[in-house]
Design a binder for this molecule. Structure first.
Ligand SMILES: NC(=O)c1ccc[n+]([C@@H]2O[C@H](COP(=O)([O-])OP(=O)(O)OC[C@H]3O[C@@H](n4cnc5c(N)ncnc54)[C@H](OP(=O)(O)O)[C@@H]3O)[C@@H](O)[C@H]2O)c1
Length: 283
């Protein structure tokens, strides 16, 4: 099997390496002059220019930052017909208004984990979870390709779920805004700093607030939230239940989550992202 990957960043590197190790012939494309193309070449992948993408016949996975996809498509991919496009996230297709040809397949192989984990877990004989959808299936072979790619990436070792581009995108955005990249990093950082200000050793504060969080998350994954709470000490159970309402009052949390959801649903979050992302992010 042959595949062309557009973009050689977090996901691109992992897709390229995992698929090659799974027996795929992988070629890479992307913007000229960036570091990705040089890295891909160094890693032994054949590289083609964006202008050559028009002549590619096999599947093409677009692994660019979501806000860059529509522009790249308009410039280099809008002329063809009967292509098979794959995406690692539903965002660009849900919000990007990309004018795919009716003869194209548009396929989601959503990767539920960062690229480095996708690669690490693959090498360890495991994977990360995948979310699959086929939004346009002109060839009739979209689902077969989604399955093959998911298998090559190692997603099937953990499991895949059928969903839709829209649901994957909106769930992903809300969970990262509210929990994963919103409340959790803020709570960890602020609580560690609070304890340090109160004279607590930073290492101890970090272990309690961050390393122990990992153990609690592992327990929630294994036993569920209630199962985890059933297993903690009485002080943790009593104190935690009382403090949850102090730190995150339920009704207020609900209202604020509702506000974030509305901005995702009506596209205003995607619009703000397109206007500001990349310009404000410091790495
Ligand atoms: N971060 C993750 O691990 C993760 C997890 C799940 C899903 N995803 C999804 O995977 C896709 C790729 O995300 P990513 O995090 O891998 O992206 P990324 O690392 O930020 O960038 C990937 C590639 O895009 C190129 N690029 C950046 N801006 C560009 C532009 N304006 N025009 C053309 N090329 C451009 C970069 O080129 P240079 O090398 O030249 O800089 C790089 O090769 C997205 O759909 C994302 O939602 C990502």
């Amino acid at each position: 099997m042959e595949i062309t990957l557009v973009g050689y960043g977090n996901q691109g590197r992992a897709w390229a390496a995992n698929l090659r190790d799974s027996g795929w012939k992988v070629r890479v494309s992307g913007r000229v002059g960036g570091s990705g193309m040089k890295e891909a070449q160094k890693a032994g992948f054949p590289v083609i220019s964006p202008e050559q993408l028009g002549a590619v016949t096999g599947p093409v996975a677009i692994l660019l930052p979501d806000e860059a996809v529509a522009g790249f498509y308009a410039q280099y991919l809008s002329q063809g017909r009967g292509r098979q496009f794959l995406f690692a996230h539903g965002f660009a297709v849900t919000f990007g208004k990309i004018p795919f040809a009716p003869e194209d397949d548009v396929i989601l192989v959503g990767v539920k984990g960062i690229g480095t984990k996708l690669r690490e877990n693959y090498l360890a004989g495991s994977g990360v979870m995948g979310v699959l959808d086929v939004r346009q299936n002109a060839s009739g072979k979209g689902w077969e390709l989604a399955d093959l790619v998911a298998e090559g990436l190692g997603l099937k070792r953990v499991g895949t779920l059928k969903s839709t581009f829209e649901q994957e995108t909106k769930t992903d955005l809300l969970s990262e805004q509210v929990i994963l990249c919103g409340a959790v990093p803020r709570l960890v950082e602020e609580t560690i700093e609070f304890l340090v200000e109160k004279g607590i050793d930073r290492q101890l504060a970090t272990y309690e607030c961050l390393n122990e969080l990992k153990l609690i998350v592992d327990m929630m994954v294994e036993y569920g939230v209630k199962g985890m709470m059933d297993r903690v000490s009485t002080a943790a159970y009593f104190g935690g239940n009382e403090a949850a309402e102090v730190v995150l009052p339920k009704a207020e949390l609900r209202n604020r989550t509702e506000k974030l959801w509305r901005a995702i649903e009506d596209g205003s979050f995607a619009k703000r992202l397109a206007e500001t992302a990349g310009k404000t992010r410091k790495k």
